[in-house]
Ligand binder design. Structure first.
Ligand SMILES: [Zn+2]
Length: 85
């Protein structure tokens, strides 16, 4: 799966009805591609805002820690550039 295919299937990733085979393909691409990983996290946050009343609200401190962890992870991934995507 490449980035174009990933983005084409991105909405399916958040759909509970999506087949687990496609879901694992998407997760595999995300593990290797920091760009798509960030995209998914941004999209997820946006969806959380829309579904706010259906989701358990994370305390702000935990949310901030999670975002920092993601940023650190992305920075590390960028250092590993040169890997073929
Ligand atoms: Zn990608």
């Amino acid at each position: 799966m490449n980035c174009t295919e990933f983005l084409a299937n991105l909405t399916d990733y958040f759909d509970a009805k999506t087949a687990s085979s496609l879901r694992s393909e998407l997760e595999q691409h995300m593990a290797d591609c920091s760009h798509c990983y960030v995209t998914v996290n941004t999209t997820r946050q946006t969806i959380e805002i829309y579904r706010n009343d259906e989701l358990f609200e994370l305390p702000e401190s935990i949310r901030t820690k999670l975002q920092q962890a993601v940023l650190i992870k992305c920075a590390k991934m960028k250092e590993n550039k040169g890997r073929k995507i």
